[in-house]
Design a protein around this ligand. Sequence first.
Ligand code: C2E
Ligand code: MG
Ligand code: MG
Ligand code: MG
Length: 280
Amino acid sequence: YRAKQNGGPLCVFEPHHEAVAREERTLERDLRRALQLNQFALVFQPLLDFDTGMIAGCEALLRWEHPTRGQVPPSIFIPIAERTGFIHDLGLWVIEEACRTIPQFPKDIRVAVNVSAVQLRAPDFAQRMLDSLSTAGVSSNRLGMEITETALLSDDQATNSSIRSLARAGVEISLDDFGTGYASLSYLRKLPLHKIKIDRSFVKDVLERSDCEAITRGVIRMAADLGISCVGEGVEDARQLSWLRRNGCSEAQGFLISRPLSAPDLKNFIASWDPQHVAA
Ligand code: C2E
Ligand code: MG
Ligand code: MG
Ligand code: MG
């Protein structure tokens, strides 16, 4: 306000900040209605297993089709949903929708949902997930959950016990975007994690930058030594794919294999998948 009175340079930015805040409030309001209005959908991106050359599972990714804005990316609306607490309802919808979809896929295809740190801190989270599975009549070993390092950072009791009870029930736990959070590696031995997903930012430059190569190689090695499998995220070209395979990565995900697809499209994609495509 002082800047305004004095006619200082902040004046120039103030209308901009206000516009951003207004924009956020509008999205927040639209977001809350979007669930009733059926504007959300899941798409599924396959994961390639290097050992078998087959599609081993997929990741469910949330899409919001806004009536006037079109597709709003999750990087915009997830943080708003987290800040407002709406993520609890939205996240439950994601889990229920994934459980409804799983029976359409072959039995060996596991579907992983992304779960935010805010959801994990709710004491009844694990029970809700298990209830969704049993309501849909889906076995818990067909579901996976992707969490980020930041979710584990605070060493929260409710979070840790949710992870433990879900893992015990057979839900596969993946550590997402590995290397971008605050890597306190102690949780790797404290918690039952099954998979590490190496963030796209490392995979992207694995052939161009020696630091990315060193980090990726190190993560693959560490995962192997811990008996955890490891996924390269965001694989966009064949050279990245063969680098990951050569260097002992277990799985790959990215536009090279497939973009995220609707459930029927993923079903067809799996049916027509030829392991020879990626052999070499
Ligand atoms: P994520 O979990 O790391 O998901 C991978 C993101 O990378 C997806 O973006 C996917 O479309 C994109 N991607 C996959 N392969 C490639 C590639 O080869 N190149 C490039 N450039 N990108 C690739 P998307 O769908 O926009 O999701 C962004 C993030 O939003 C996700 O990152 C996840 O953190 C979050 N998110 C998505 N769905 C949900 C959800 O249902 N719940 C929560 N809590 N978060 C979600
Ligand atoms: Mg993910
Ligand atoms: Mg990821
Ligand atoms: Mg990522």
